[in-house]
Design a protein around this ligand. Structure first.
Ligand SMILES: [Zn+2]
Length: 218
């Protein structure tokens, strides 16, 4: 079983996402993996009411160990990400800048050096219906060697070693996407940083690098 303190963090992170304007209502979802169990936020419950007891725990095949409520519709996405990366925490948002950018680009280039936090330029996973296995597959693929990805016409996903780290990265992702959107909106060409500089910065930001699912893919 996953400790109550860890399940409590799922609710805390959901409330922080809403407080920070990264989700509206209950549009985001949050999970954490401990060994081969995954605790995930339930579907549609007001985050204010999300107690540790209401955070469901599932096996990697999706079967419930203890889940008093229906799990997030994006449970397949969370499970696929855990199956294909070294992530131990996954945060999915509909944050405005990330989502706007997901509607207009196929990749978020390294316009700000913070891109190094995520392993470099970010992919935009092709659109598929929310909750579908196809979307889960697209997103897990887009995360190859990266700690985050956008989801076309939908939102963003961030992975990390812990939930607090995932929340922090989600904030930085929204910031980076907001900057890029503003740069694009000038209509001028956006200057981007070369791979070598992103690698250098990644080295300097080693702590973030450790939480990225780099090289963990089949
Ligand atoms: Zn969503």
């Amino acid at each position: 079983m996953i400790a109550k303190e860890i399940r409590a963090q799922v609710g805390d992170i959901c409330r922080a996402l809403r407080r920070d304007g990264l989700v509206v209502g209950t549009a985001g979802n949050v999970s954490v993996r401990v060994d081969d169990l995954v605790a995930v936020s339930p579907s549609g419950l007001d985050y204010a009411d999300l107690t540790p007891e209401l955070v469901g725990v599932h096996r990697m095949d999706g079967t419930a160990v203890a889940a008093p409520l229906r799990p997030s519709s994006e449970l397949p996405l969370h499970l696929q990400v855990y199956a294909r990366t070294r992530a131990r925490a996954v945060v999915h948002t509909h944050a405005p800048a990330s989502t706007a950018l997901s509607c207009v680009v196929d990749e978020v280039p390294a316009s700000h050096y913070y891109s190094a936090m995520f392993g470099g330029p970010l992919r935009v996973a092709p659109y598929a219906t929310f909750g579908s296995d196809e979307l889960a597959d697209n997103v897990a693929g887009a995360l190859h060697g990266r700690a985050a990805a956008l989801m076309a016409n939908h939102g963003a996903v961030v992975t990390a070693a812990t939930l607090p780290e995932a929340l922090e990265l989600a904030r930085y992702l929204e910031y980076v996407c907001d900057l890029h959107l503003r740069a694009l909106s000038t209509g001028l060409p956006v200057r981007t940083l070369p791979d070598a500089e992103i690698e250098r910065v990644a080295g300097l930001l080693g702590d973030y690098r450790q939480s990225a699912p780099v090289g963990a893919h089949a």
